[in-house]
Each structure stands twice: as C-alpha cells, then as structure tokens.
Design a protein around this ligand. Sequence first.
Ligand code: SF4
Length: 238
Amino acid sequence: MSHLLSKSKYIRGLQCERALWLDVYQPRLARYTREQMRRFDAGRDFEYSFKSTFPAAIDLSAELGRKVDAYPERTAQLLDANPAAVLFEAGFQYDNVLVLADVVCQREDGTLDIYEVKSGSQLSDTYRKDAAVQHYVISHCRRVNSFSIVHAKKQSENSEYSDYSDYSDNFDNRFAIVDLTEALAAQTDTVASNIAAMKDILAHGEPATPTGQHCLEPYACPYQHYCQQGVRQMSLFE
Ligand code: SF4
C-alpha cells in the first residue's frame, strides 16, 4: 500500500506547508548544499556505529532497498516469525504515514523496544517531534514497550541520560539513550491533528507561503532558491 507522508515529510510540514507540498509534488526542485550533504553523511556514520552494536540484526534496507512501500509487510513477516527479532529500518504504516525505525528489538511478549538514532549531541525539539510521529504510527501497528532516542554523548553528560538497562552491555560510552515513551504517547492527539492538517494541504494547490525566518529553522529549507526566484520576479515586476 503506497503512503502519502513519511517521517521526513511530516517534519518538513511542521516547518512550512509550502515545503511539504513541494516535497510531495516537486521534490526535484530541492537543492542541498555541500555542508548539508556532509551532515547527512556524518549522521549516517553515527547511525551505523550504533547499529554495529546489534550484530545479529536483519537490515530490511539491504533486502528491499528503495522499495519503501514493501517494508511494512516484510517487517510484519519477520516480527511474526521470530519472537526475538532485531530489525534495522523496520517499516510501519498507519494513517497514510510510513515510518522506518532505525532499530527495533522485539521482546518475548511481542512488545517492541525502538531506538531512533540522531548524531547531534543534544536532544532537540525536532528530534522529539520526529520521534513523536514514529511512535504514533508504530503504536497503532504493534505494542510498544519503549521508544528511545540515541544521540551522541557529551563528555559531561551524566544523570539525565542513562543507558537502557536491558541492552546496556551492547553499548559503549559514545551513546546517550533517552527513554521518551511516556512523553511521546502524550503527543498522540497533536500528531493526529498535524497529520490531518497536512493531508488537507496536500489535497489543494501549492500554498503561497512567503519566505521568512522559518526558511532557516530548524533546517535550511532546500527550496529557498525556488521560492526566492518568485520573490525576485515579483520585485522586478513591481
Ligand atoms: S523556502 Fe521558505 S517559504 Fe519556500 S518552501 Fe522553504 S520554508 Fe517554505
């Protein structure tokens, strides 16, 4: 079953409705700087280093590549076949939103421990929103025991962050693991309402959102050249 939104489109939509619309209907207009590409690579390297602490995991991306709409069905097969399954890039879909979870560990009782890996050294608001939409989708598909964000540990970090006990033997001191399960569950209604609003945006034409400070926060929007082109044409005309 194909999907309308993904985790990254949801985050884009929270930043700007026009950026969401472009992401869905005109993604080829996106332009990323070298610095942004370098950060994506650094993020992937950090994610791989955390994943390497789960040597027995099955990586769905190795099997399915870019066929993202096939991930949920394959994930369900693997979880149903193996009570102790550990999966990378496990796919879940609900409410027309597809999410791929970095690391999913199934417990004997069938509940899931989920880890979302972020390379930043602080637990940002955007990381929490990203985790909230994942928790929303996954908890409508399976029972979630815990949902944690894994991020780079600062030298001085101590009591606020703790290693998650059941798996702590696997982890080294590069990773801060923050259990957000309760806080994310409390976000369910907000996420549902955001998704409904985004579907409404996507059911209409391109929004005429003007450029502004929101084009830079929390991320530099990859459509700035496109939107600024419109602004330049307007000023020439005026
Ligand atoms: S450049 Fe600004 S107005 Fe245009 S899509 Fe991006 S965030 Fe929205």
